[in-house]
Design a protein around this ligand. Structure first.
Ligand SMILES: *[C@@H]1O[C@H](CO)[C@@H](O)[C@H](O)[C@H]1NC(C)=O
Ligand SMILES: *[C@@H]1O[C@H](CO)[C@@H](O)[C@H](O)[C@H]1NC(C)=O
Ligand SMILES: *[C@@H]1O[C@H](CO)[C@@H](O)[C@H](O)[C@H]1NC(C)=O
Ligand SMILES: *[C@@H]1O[C@H](CO)[C@@H](O)[C@H](O)[C@H]1NC(C)=O
Length: 511
């Protein structure tokens, strides 16, 4: 009896176990499907940024464009690269055409000004004062006298983010014929802001970050923070800012940590950045903002007579190996490459090892590695271009300057991080690039290097003018979003735009 009972219990428990097992399996499958779906529809990298995002439309829009950009790190030199790019990217024919267009327009000297810029006369503590320039008149003088003495920019690593200096000088010089005798300028400074295409904010934010982000002994906050607060207060009180809610303003924040305190409040403006690595997409994105190159610190290779065979090192990398975030690939690549005999992989930053050594190394290498570090971009790419050392880019989130008119696959090699970390993949891939292909890329590097050279006075299609051209391509979009933002103020409040402060940006603004 007891035995039968026991076996009945066994049967029952087996049945219920079976039932239990199949329900859990079913539940597991269902939850897995659910997770899969939800991750697919919500590709948000950062839920915090979604919370910040007020304008859903713009958010998903920029998300889309971001993700399509992320998908771009593809191996080059396969025929189908072009077609896998989205249609925003122009074909090489168009690039050539675009660049020659600006060249021909230069001949009739009235049409070459692409941008009319209004620049605020911000006190000098925001710009040249940060370079220890002191005007006469006990600090009342705002701008240096371009005809007598132009403030010098200190060398060293601060130089890599010095675009703020070059752009501001170019605006100051734009109305002085002695700098542009043949009118070879792209911008002109206007005194009436109503006539301007964009409003330029001359704050040297990278320099402010580099030099003044430490809190001094008897300070509550660093000078960098104080300047940003002052800047926000200043801008919110300007009629130009109120008129457009800041949408037609141009703000430089090239160092990834610059403008950390002010960037949220100033986010309607167009930023000039090195990448979007540390930005949530509602503050900065490819639609709205402009990517500018770093200024290279390695010397340009003047009169480069080198060849595939005379450049003895196959692959060159110099940089810090341990980085805070995103830099894990560097360590893994080091272990993958350290025993290859024609690979130079060394650590230590350029400032310690000496710029001279890096210059020699890059000038005698065929390929130069660019691996994502703290941020997706770094000035190493621009050092490689200046050295005519074909860049090998392993940085899936990198953004490249003027990529709407420049096809980087003609002179760079892109490798997805996950591929590069497969054993032997990278080295075999690079060894498979032969002399002809390399020489083609090397020749193209020599053609494009001028796009990355900062000059004063600016020269045709140098970095300064290429940045201005990139800004001018944003102008129709800037005007459109400015006009859209005005819709409700016209009808509800008459033409009185007085209240159009930052707070009152209408919710209907879907950019
Ligand atoms: C991209 O452009 C090509 C040629 O300009 C065209 O044939 C193709 O349909 C376009 N594709 C999309 C998705 O718009
Ligand atoms: C255009 O440039 C030519 C020479 O480069 C000069 O002679 C001419 O005066 C310029 N015209 C204007 C309107 O600036
Ligand atoms: C500025 O330009 C606008 C539009 O061209 C014009 O209406 C206005 O009178 C100008 N202001 C000054 C001070 O010249
Ligand atoms: C914006 O409005 C101005 C008039 O204030 C007009 O001239 C301009 O064409 C408009 N721009 C766009 C892109 O709609």
């Amino acid at each position: 009896m007891a035995e039968r009972n026991a076996s009945a219990i066994k049967v029952v428990s087996r049945k219920s176990l079976c039932f239990f097992f199949s329900t859990t399996t079913l539940l597991f499958l269902m939850s897995w499907l659910f997770v899969l779906r939800s991750t697919r529809s919500d590709s948000t990298p950062d839920t915090f940024s979604q919370l910040l995002s007020t304008f859903d439309d713009s958010y998903s829009q920029s998300q889309n464009s971001e993700s399509s950009f992320n998908n771009r790190a593809i191996l080059v030199n396969t025929q189908n690269v072009q077609s896998s790019f989205n249609n925003q990217t122009q074909t090489p024919d168009n690039i050539v055409k675009c660049i020659t267009d600006t060249t021909t327009s230069r001949e009739n000297n009235n049409t070459n000004v692409l941008l009319k810029i209004f620049m605020y006369d911000l006190p000098s503590e925001f710009h040249f004062g940060l370079l220890d320039w002191k005007g006469d008149d006990n600090g009342k003088q705002v701008w240096p006298d371009m005809k007598t003495k132009i403030p010098h920019y200190p060398g060293g690593l601060n130089l890599q983010h010095s675009i703020e200096y070059w752009l501001t000088l170019d605006i100051l010089a734009s109305t002085l014929p002695e700098f542009y005798p043949n009118n070879g300028r792209t911008v002109t400074r206007v005194q009436n802001s109503s006539e301007a295409d964009v409003i330029f904010v001359p704050f040297f934010s990278s320099l402010s970050y580099n030099r003044y982000s430490r809190t001094g002994p008897h300070e509550k906050r660093s000078k960098n923070k104080v300047l940003q607060e002052k800047l926000v207060r200043y801008l919110m009180n300007q009629k130009e800012w109120k008129r457009s809610g800041g949408r037609d303003h141009l703000i430089m924040a090239h160092h990834p940590n610059s403008m950390l305190d002010a960037r949220m409040k100033l986010s309607p403006a167009t930023f000039i950045l090195s990448d979007f690595g540390r930005y949530p997409p509602n503050i900065a994105n490819v639609d709205k903002d402009v990517i500018a190159p770093y200024k290279h610190v390695v010397a340009s290779y003047v009169d480069d007579q080198s060849t595939f065979d005379t450049r003895k090192t196959l692959l060159y990398f110099q940089g810090a190996i341990y980085r805070k975030d995103g830099g894990h690939a560097r360590q893994e690549l080091f272990y993958l490459l350290k025993d290859e005999k024609d690979v130079h992989f060394s650590f230590g930053s350029v400032q310690k090892g000496g710029i001279r050594k890096a210059t020699d190394g890059m000038h005698s290498s065929k390929f130069c590695l660019n691996i994502a570090g703290d941020t997706p971009s770094s000035n190493r790419l621009f050092d490689a271009i200046a050295s005519h050392c074909v860049p090998v880019i392993i940085s899936d989130q990198i953004e490249l300057p003027y990529e709407d008119v420049l096809d980087y696959s003609e002179f760079c090699v892109f490798v997805r991080t996950r591929d590069a970390l497969k054993k032997k993949f990278l080295i075999n891939f690079i060894r498979s690039i032969g002399k002809d292909e390399w020489t083609r890329m090397w020749n193209r590097l020599k053609e494009v290097e001028n796009f990355f050279e900062f000059k004063f006075p600016s020269k045709e299609n140098d970095a300064v003018q290429m940045i201005w051209q990139a800004v001018s391509r944003k102008v129709p979009f800037i005007k459109l979003k400015t006009n859209r933002s005005r819709r409700f103020f016209r009808s509800l409040y008459g033409n009185n735009n007085k209240d159009m402060g930052h707070k009152s940006i209408p919710a209907a603004d879907d950019f």
